[in-house]
Structures are given as C-alpha cells and as structure tokens.
Design a protein around this ligand. Structure first.
Ligand SMILES: Nc1ncnc2c1ncn2[C@@H]1O[C@H](COP(=O)(O)OP(=O)(O)OP(=O)(O)O)[C@@H](O)[C@H]1O
Length: 360
C-alpha cells in the first residue's frame, strides 16, 4: 500500500518582497491531527509563510502539497478558496449583521437545515449553543473568538492556519479556549499550523515546534527536545532567560569559575559560551567562606554575592555577582527566597543542563 502523504507538505518555500527574501527554503510537513507551531521573533517570516500556504501570497519558489496534491509549485497555483484551508487570526471579525448560527454556517454548502445543524453541532462543542440566535455584539470577546473558531472549523478544512489566534484573550480564558480548540481540530483530523512568538504557547500546544529566525527554520523537533537541546545560544535564549559563562578551549576543556567543562571537537583557543537557564542554578549557604563539596552532577560551586532579589509570583529571581570574575548570574528559586543584597552564597550549575556553544 502506498504511504499516506502528509496532510500538509511544504518543500523549499521562498518568499520575497521587492526582491528582498524574507522566507528561505522553508520545508515542513504536518500529518492529520498534528499541530506544528512556527515559533520565532517578530519579523522572522512566520506570517508570510502562513499566507503563502493560504494562497494569498505568491512564493518565488517552492512546492506546497495538501494531501499529496500540489496547490502551489511548477504546475501552478490553486485558488485560496479551493485549497481546503481554514484561517483563524487574532482579530476574528464576525459578521455583525448575522446571527451566531449564520456566522458559523457562512461558507457551508447544503440546505438551510443542514447548515443550521452543523452550526449547532459546533456551537455545542464550544459550549455556546445557547447563543445560536444571538448577535455577535451580545457576546464577550472570548465567546466571539469561540464562534470564530467554530466558523473556521465548520467547513472541515484539511489544514487550519492560525496566526496568533489567542493573543487577544486574557490569560485564564486563553488556556481553556486553546485546549478546546486543539481537541476539536485533532478530532477532525485537521493538520494545524500555528504561528506564535510565545515559546510557552508553542510548548503547550505543539506536537512539533519549528523555530524560525531570519526567514529560515533553524531547528525542528518535539517541544521537549527543542527546549532541552537548543541548536545554538540564540535558540536557548528564545525560550527563557539564560546565564552565559564565557570560556576558552584548551585541550578539549574549558576552565570556568564552576570548574572544567568538556568542549569536545573544539580546537584550542576557541571561545565558547556555556549557557544555563536560571532555574538550573542551585544555591547553597556560605559556611565561613566555604561552600558545598563538588559533586558529579553539579560540578564545582562558585561563590557569589547577591545583587538583588525579587519575588515574581510562583518563584523568586535572585541576581548574583560571581567572586571569580565579576560576571552576573541569575537564579530562580521556587517560592519566596529573598536574600539581602550583599549576602554571600554559593552557586552550582547542573552539568546535564548546560549547553556549550562555540561563540559566534
Ligand atoms: N506586504 C509586505 N510588503 C513588504 N514587506 C513585507 C510585507 N509583509 C511582510 N513584510 C516583511 O517581511 C518580513 C517578515 O514578515 P512577517 O509578517 O512574515 O513576520 P512575522 O514573523 O510573522 O512577524 P510578526 O510576529 O511580527 O507578525 C518582515 O521584515 C516584514 O517587514
């Protein structure tokens, strides 16, 4: 039996404006029921990629296939409305003069009764069936977004393209609507491409993350892998604050205030950055100038002096200055831990949580 093609497949997509390339050789594939998040900073080319898939932007090169059928490529361009693609954007303009049911049924084929039945089914799924005959202005922002969602899903698109669809909603509402949306789309076997610049949103929603920078996909993988094995310093820094300890390679080792680190394959004299997230820095007390003993897991402790400490909700953020080289380090600790500025403490860094990158 021939293998099932991915629901959405993009090969070497390139887009340009006025001769300036903003999307370069982007390749992605998404299976039925899978969610891929295109994650990256503002201006990196996420929305342009999405618009090219929708068919409202014409790429300069590349192939786009939906269920194995080319909709953009050497054989030509399929019209946007014939691609079987749904779109959800941040501003989810509903038609103000149509009832909620008619908004959801808009674009559906079939008899009036059939369209109303499908609208009811979807409004039940987003728990808004009581508003079937209401008008958009009678609904809250979050409810309107759920109607927009039901409208986008109603024609059973094979591919759903979502551009920051939840950023207009408040935090508590957002989590529920996000989860609800995904469950519905997965159930329908839709391939979802979600554009976001928020790592937390991507990690929460994605089966796979494609990290984008300057028009390129720099890393692809499951959220756990992208977070825990970033390809470079910028990829690590995109997900959270990071501490960077600078070093230089000598005999495949790098000396730092936290002891020696392996830098395999790096020639002598290479400058390296050792990155560690603040939540993987451990703190211990100063015992009359002595710290804890080195361990295999945490390496050598380094003495540091508290610069400031802030409580930021679930955790506290403490900023230190290292005795050894005056470098600044940040550590997050669960709950309230607010040592006074000037307090000497010892820092240890989880060896298995450090990333060693040659400096660019
Ligand atoms: N219609 C256009 N004409 C000219 N340049 C454009 C056009 N649309 C986008 N660009 C440029 O292309 C680049 C990529 O833009 P795009 O909107 O794809 O980025 P993005 O990653 O989606 O950013 P954001 O998260 O801010 O929406 C940017 O430099 C932008 O200025």
């Amino acid at each position: 039996m021939a293998p099932v093609p991915p629901r959405l497949e993009i090969i070497d997509l390139c887009c340009a404006f006025d001769g300036h390339q903003v999307v370069t050789d982007v390749s992605l594939s998404i299976a039925a029921g899978q969610v891929l998040c295109l994650l990256g900073p503002s201006g990196c080319g996420k929305s342009t990629t999405l618009r090219a898939i929708a068919g409202v932007e014409t790429p300069v090169a590349g192939i786009i296939r939906i269920d194995g059928v080319e909709v953009c490529g050497p054989s030509g361009l399929t019209l946007p409305e014939q691609r079987g693609v749904g779109l959800i954007f941040q501003d989810f303009a509903l038609f103000p003069h149509l009832s909620v049911a008619d908004n959801v049924a808009f674009g559906l084929k079939g008899s009036r009764a059939q369209k109303r039945a499908r609208a009811r089914e979807l409004l039940e799924r987003v728990r808004l069936e009581r508003y079937l005959d209401a008008y958009p202005h009678e609904l809250s922002g979050g409810e309107q977004q759920r109607v927009a969602l039901a409208r986008a899903i109603a024609p059973k698109p094979r591919v759903m393209l979502m551009d920051e669809p939840f950023s207009g909603l408040d935090n508590r509402l957002r989590d529920g609507i996000r989860d609800e949306t995904l469950a519905l789309l997965k159930e329908e076997g839709t391939a979802v491409l979600l554009v976001t610049h928020e790592p937390e949103e991507a990690m929460r929603m994605a089966d796979e993350i494609a990290l984008m920078r300057d028009g390129h996909i720099v890393q692809r993988g499951a959220p756990y892998n992208v977070y825990n094995a970033p390809v470079d310093r910028a990829a690590a820094a995109f997900f959270s604050d990071i501490n960077v300890i600078e070093g230089e390679v000598n005999g495949a080792l790098t000396d730092t205030p936290f002891g020696q680190f392996l830098a395999p394959g790096q020639p002598d004299g290479t400058k390296v950055d050792i990155a560690i997230r603040p939540q993987h820095v451990r703190i211990d007390f100063d015992r009359e100038g002595r710290g804890p003993h080195p361990t295999a897991q945490d390496g050598t402790p380094a003495r540091a002096v508290v610069q400031r400490a802030r409580f930021i909700g679930k955790e506290s953020l403490v900023e230190f200055k290292l005795d050894a080289n005056g470098a600044t380090m940040m550590a997050t600790v669960p709950s309230v831990f607010l040592p006074k500025p000037g307090t000497p403490l010892w820092l240890m860094i989880r060896r298995d949580r450090c990333f060693v990158f040659p400096r660019k």
